[in-house]
Design a protein around this ligand. Structure first.
Ligand code: CAA
Length: 240
């Protein structure tokens, strides 16, 4: 039987490209989404990939959603924690609500997604965890104290999980996309976006597929020795 992969935030943007690439690579894919029913229906129509609705910020909903996927498709072998939101504001204007919304979805969401699948991966002695972090978790970003904190947190999560899972052939790695042509980046004011593109040596925004190919590499059965690492895919904008 083929391997089963769960991608959170899988029906749009980078997540949708990841789902398609994993499907093309032979995985049975489950795409989680939080609320946009229309985008989810369109995604399934185009790809034939099943979607599952829950809020990754809720542990109970995550547990239930994951249990449903495992019942329908089989045990989850690959988790791609991709779901993420922005609530950008300069720090002096950032509200506690903006802070908590981003922490709940982007950081607690990773815990809620990985924790329910972890015992099964340990038992079966196989698992691939890929967390989609960001260039802004590596370098920080004006108006993103909340978002940068979560994306830097992702790196701590994978480095710790890598050590805990290694003996059970579970790997945990992060990908730090730079600025990719998705709705999230297109929502940045045009003037600001232009100034960002000017800082990218490649001279353009990245494509979602350029992140998806990194995921396929990390998810592979023979990628066991790549563990706890961070892949930067940012067009040369930032080097660690
Ligand atoms: N560096 C330095 N100064 C900056 C700046 C920057 N990057 N961006 C804005 N500023 C300055 C402006 O020039 C302005 O200064 P003045 O007041 O002196 O004119 C000030 O900050 C903005 O003040 P405002 O009160 O007008 O700000 P605002 O409350 O309207 O907020 C904003 C505007 C939310 C910051 C908006 O400019 C914005 O969205 N910026 C983009 C932030 C960004 O890059 N987000 C990344 C999103 S993509 C993503 O997150 C995906 C990923 O992983 C890469």
């Amino acid at each position: 039987m083929g391997r089963v992969a769960l991608v959170t935030g899988g029906t749009r943007g980078i997540g949708a490209a990841i789902c398609k690439a994993l499907k093309d690579a032979g995985y049975t894919v489950a795409a989680n989404f939080a609320g946009n029913e229309e985008a989810a229906a369109k995604f399934t129509e185009e790809t034939g990939i099943s979607t599952y609705k829950w809020n990754v910020g809720s542990y109970e909903e995550s547990q239930a959603g994951i249990a449903k996927i495992e019942e329908e498709l089989g045990p989850i072998d690959v988790v791609v924690a991709n779901a993420g939101i922005t609530r950008d504001a300069p720090f002096h204007k950032m509200t506690p609500e903006q802070w908590h919304q981003v922490i709940d979805t982007n950081l607690t969401g990773v815990f809620n997604t990985v924790h329910p699948v972890w015992p099964g991966m340990r038992e079966r002695k196989f698992g691939r965890i890929v967390v989609i972090s960001s260039i802004n978790g590596q370098k920080g970003q004006f108006a993103q104290v909340n978002y940068a904190a979560t994306k830097a947190g992702d790196l701590g999560i994978v480095k710790s999980l890598a050590q805990e899972g290694a003996r059970a052939n579970i790997t945990a790695n992060a990908i730090c996309p730079g600025y990719i042509a998705t709705e999230m980046v297109m929502a940045v004011p045009e003037k600001v976006r232009d100034s960002i593109v000017a800082q990218i040596p490649t001279g353009r925004l990245g494509e979602p597929e350029e992140i998806a190919r990194c995921v396929v590499f990390l998810a592979a059965d023979d990628a066991q020795f790549v563990n706890g690492s961070t892949i930067s895919a940012n067009g040369g904008q930032f080097f660690v």
